[in-house]
Every structure is written in structure tokens, then in C-alpha cells.
Design a binder for this molecule. Sequence first.
Ligand SMILES: [Fe+2]
Length: 373
Amino acid sequence: MLTQALLIDDSRSVLNFLKHHIEAEGLIEATTFLDPVEALACARECVFDLVLVDYEMPHMDGIAFIRTFRTLPGCADIPIAMITSRQTDDVKMEALQAGATDFLPKQPQSVEMTVRLRNLVRLGAAVRKQNDRAADLASAVAAATQKLGEREEEIILRLALAVEYRDNDTGEHTLRVARYSRIIAEQLGLPARLCRDIYLAAPLHDVGKVAIPDNILLKPGKLTDEEMAVIRTHATIGKKILAGSSCELIQLGAQIAAGHHERWDGAGYPNGLKADEIPVAARVVAVADVFDALTTRRPYKEPMPLEVARKYLVENKGRQFDPACVEAFLARWDEVVEIAAGQNATPFKKTEATLVPMIESVAESCPVEDGSP
Ligand SMILES: [Fe+2]
């Protein structure tokens, strides 16, 4: 690739001389400008590896040019030589402070001019090579980071699905709770990153159910008080499974698993936390989880009509649920209805796009036959 040089001088003859001289170094192409303002406009659009600029020019002197050029994106490290003849040390110092790399004497054919020009060309090519390498590395790191993030999401969702199959469910509950949770988080005005993380971590809310014995977890009838106490341990067990991770998503999953059965009024479990003591992600998922449980068919119950479930949320606002979470949920009611009807299948991320078809195909081949508490 040719090294690109930008030459600016208000003298046509000097420009022609510089262009000829610099292109004689080989593998370099020079673009010339008599007007520094036009040169800056060009530098905003094109990439240059080396700049030679005169000091005394109409409209803008070389120091003002260098100062402006240095502010352009990607132009901080490009070598700039100011062409000087009789300038004082004060002017040269000012040019250095503005960002000049070197000075070239205005003496055609001098050995000094030739050597320093050659060094500047080499320096420009080296800076270009270094910048290209840095850009390649940055894009490789970004691609690897994205891949890791996608794998993290996929593993979390597959783990949540494994738990749900134990519960004789088909994965749809997991995805609906995630989607409802995202709506609430967004409507609450939480930061975009946290909304995304709540959406991704919400499926882990019942991960502790892996440790509940089948005869209790899958019991079709009403649970005894003792059995209910065992079921309730799933919140603490979920926290134990997920706690201590260095992964932020799993840390959030631990908060959700531990806190999604706490109640706003403090009457929930496992710790009887109340109001703001309950992490916001858990308060969000509590609304989403209960609404989905109420409105979906289970082997032991018919689905509650959406409007009746809506009324339940309103009646329990400030008792079971964070009032702000209920308000946020109801403010997006049209989307809630779409999700409940299974219409909101727009993939939010690659993992969901990959897994939703898989979940649906498994759901068709493995219909729910047994009851669960
Ligand atoms: Fe739960």
C-alpha cells in the first residue's frame, strides 16, 4: 500500500518540488494543497500518513493548521513536519507544542532535507502499520468478546431450560418471564445494560428446583405444609448454586433466584425482605413470574384470563409486589397481551433466535403430561 503524504504550501513551485522529491522515495503518493483550509477539509475525509506544511501562508499559518489537524479523528500520531526558513526558536517551540514532529529546511537539494524527508516517510509508514495492527487487534478482541457473551447467554438459557424440564414444563415459561421482565425493567427506566441483563438472567429464577425431590416437585395434588417448606428452599438453593460467580449475569441470576419470592410487604421468603431491601431485579421478576404462572395452563389448573390476572396484580400492588413494577408492567399492556398470546417472537438476541425454534420443536414432541406444584 502506498504511503499517503499531504503537502501544503502557498507556493506552487515549492509544492511541485516537494511532491517530486518525496515521491522519489518510492511507494509514496503526495496530495498537494495551496490553501491550508482546503487541506484540512480533505484530511477530514481521507487518511494521510505524513504531513508537510509551510509556516507562512495566507488565511492560516502552519501552527494553526497543525493545531487543528491534531484534533481530527485518527490524526494524533501522524508525523507532521513544518517547513521553515528563517523562523525563530520561539516559533519552532510553538509549532512543537501544537503537535509538530519535526522541521524541514526550505533549501531544495540539501542533503539534510533528503535525509529527514526519508526518515519522515519511514516514520509515517511505521505509524500506519502500527495503527492498522491496533485496529486488527481491536476488532479481533471485539469479535472474541461478543462470542464469549453469546456463549454465556446460551449456557444460562440452556441451564434454565434443564431446570424447567424437571418441572415438566417446556421452556415457554422461561422465555415469557424473561420477556415480561424486560418490559418492566425498560419501563422502570433502568439502564439499558441492566434491562438486557435482567432479561438474560431472569430464566435462572427457579434454578434451585433442581434440588427438590421429584415426589414433591412433581406432585399433582395439593402440597402439605412440610412439602411446601421443601419447595420454598428452591430460592436459597438457587442462590447457593449461582452465588460467588465472577460473571455479572450469574451474580444477577443469584439475586433473582434468592429474591423472586420475597414480598414488598415483607411477608415473603426466604428472608422476609421488604420494599427496597429486595434487589430490583428480583422485584421485577416477581411480577413477571406470578403473572405468567397465573395466566398459563398447568396440569392442575386452567389459565386465569389476562384481565383477571391484571386485577390480581393491581390488588396486590404494594403488598406482594413493588408498586412501580406493577405500574410499569401495566403501562405496556398491549405488549404483555402479545407475549401471553405467543405472538411476540421477535428475537432480542442471537441466543433466543437460536433456541426458540429448538424449544418449540421439543415442546411439540414432549407434551406436558404430569402435574407440578
Ligand atoms: Fe420460584
